[in-house]
Design a protein around this ligand. Sequence first.
Ligand code: GTP
Ligand code: MG
Length: 229
Amino acid sequence: MTEERLATGIASVDRLLGGGLETESVTEVYGEGGSGKTLFCLEVGTRVAREGRWVFYVDTEGVSVDRLRAIAGDGLEKILKRFLLSTPKSLEEQGRAVATACALTREGKRPVGLIVIDSATFYYRLSLSGSDEDDARQALSLALADLVVTALDAHVPVIITNQVWRSLQSGTLEPLGGSFLNHVAKTILRFDRLPGPRRRAVLLKHRSLPEGSAEFRITNSGLEGPLPP
Ligand code: GTP
Ligand code: MG
C-alpha cells in the first residue's frame, strides 16, 4: 500500500484526507446538485494540469469554459492543452471514453496525473427506467473495473462523481449505483450544502483514515478551505 497523495489544494479537505487523494485508487464524491462536485473536479484537474501533467476529463454535464477560466485565471490556455476532454452523450459513449482514457494512461506515453468521470452515473440513471437496466449496470461495472485497475497499474488517482436519490424510508440522500460503487471506491466523500457558499466534505470511507468532515466554500475563483489559525 502506498502513502502517496495528490493534494487537492483545498487545505481543509487535504487535511481531512491525510494530504490529498490516494494516487492508486478511485475516490468517489457524491452529493446533491450544487454541492460542489464539479468545481472540485475542475479545481483538482487545474492543479494537475498546471504542473504539466495530463488530465483525462470525461464530462457528462458540459463543463463551462467560463467556470474553468474562473479557476485557472491567466493560465487557461496552458491548462486547456492538458485537459483531454470528452463529452459522451450516452452510457455506451461514456464506456468508450473511459476505455480510451484507461488504455492511454496505462500506455504511459504521456504523463497522466488524473482521471475524472463527472458524473459516472448520469447516463446510468437515465437507463434505469428503461428495459436495458441490466445492460446499463454491466456497462457501468466494466468501466469502473477498468478505472480501478488503471489507478493501481499506472499510479494515477481517479475521481468519480455520483448523484444522489432520496430514500423514502430514511429520508436521507443516498448515492446511486448501490454497493458495487461503494466497493469500487476506496475513498468516499459526501459533499453537503450549508448556508450560502459554505459546503462540507464528509469522509465516509478511507483505507487508512477515520471518518471526519471538513468545511470549504465556493468563491468566484474556485474552492477554498482555510485552516483555522
Ligand atoms: P450537480 O452537477 O448539479 O450535481 O452539482 P455539483 O455538485 O457538480 O455542483 P457544482 O460544482 O456545479 O457547484 C455549483 C455551485 O457553485 C452552485 O451552488 C453555484 O451557485 C456555485 N457557483 C458556481 N460558480 C460560482 C462562482 O463563480 N461564485 C460563487 N460564489 N458560486 C459559484
Ligand atoms: Mg456537477
